[in-house]
Design a protein around this ligand. Structure first.
Ligand SMILES: [Zn+2]
Ligand SMILES: [Zn+2]
Length: 256
């Protein structure tokens, strides 16, 4: 479980400071695109470029208007998939992504303009266990079928998921073939001795992005592997797309 006091004491302060700096810088850019600028029909018929869409989100959009990491009952979350969509629309979110562990069952049944198709895969890269997020995938593309959970337990039980045998290189290729992008989830939770080197390796396999804005920095609320600043530096060094989400598993998507 996440230690909420820890989050409030350290990371939020740090994040808010960082976000303010960044917001100042980014406000001067001419290239700002907001989700409002994306024509309605583009989200309907032609798949918007997922990279451009995510790049258009500003740090302060997270987590009140954009939350790209939510779990539903299709994995180990407590909320009904369709209820998450309903809540997001009622609360005026621009975009959300429901990223259930190793499954897109919910996305096959429910589609909505507010919703980005996504999934969170468990896999290993050498001795490091990691969570890889895929955004903007065509959930009906069979190229990813072999990577999805075969049993319900593979979508919820840590003890089962830790034995995942997905080949990271093949997985990233398949995500790309399905039209999506591959993003390293909560990097500060990776047991990599050298996170910079580890991310560099993933980049050589085709990694597109890294989750930077998320409300915890400690693995199991105990060990701090990397600070927000370090992760942002790594993102900049490898020119990675920055994403953010609360990783909420709760019934109310504003709580985490
Ligand atoms: Zn995760
Ligand atoms: Zn997650």
């Amino acid at each position: 479980m996440k230690d909420i006091e820890e989050i409030i004491e350290t990371d939020y302060e740090e994040k808010n400071l960082e976000q303010t700096d960044e917001q100042d810088e980014e406000d001067t850019s001419d290239e700002n695109i907001t989700t409002d600028n994306i024509p309605e029909e583009q989200t309907e018929d032609i798949k918007p470029d997922i990279k451009e869409l995510i790049k258009s989100f500003q740090p302060l959009d997270y987590f009140d208007y954009v939350n790209l990491h939510i779990h539903s009952k299709y994995s180990d979350g407590k909320a009904e998939f369709e209820d998450i969509i309903k809540q997001a629309k009622e609360m005026g979110y621009h975009k959300i992504a429901i990223c259930d562990h190793n499954t897109v069952e919910g996305h096959k049944l429910f589609k909505d303009d507010v919703l980005i198709p996504a999934v969170e895969f468990d896999c290993w890269c050498g001795y490091v266990f990691l969570h890889l997020l895929a955004y903007g995938i065509d959930v009906d593309n069979p190229v990813l079928d072999e990577f999805y959970a075969k049993t319900k337990k593979e979508t919820e039980a840590d003890i089962v998921r830790i034995f995942a045998k997905r080949d990271i290189k093949k997985l990233i290729n398949a995500i790309h073939e399905a039209g999506g992008i591959a993003v390293l989830a909560h990097p500060a939770c990776c047991w990599a001795l050298n996170l910079d080197k580890f991310v560099g390796k993933l980049v050589s396999y085709g990694l597109d992005g890294i989750e930077v804005y998320y409300p915890y920095r400690r693995h199991r609320a105990i060990i701090r592997f990397a600070t927000l600043r370090q992760i942002k530096e790594i993102a900049a060094k490898y020119n990675l797309i920055i994403t953010g989400g609360t990783d909420c598993h709760t019934r109310n998507i504003m709580a985490y």
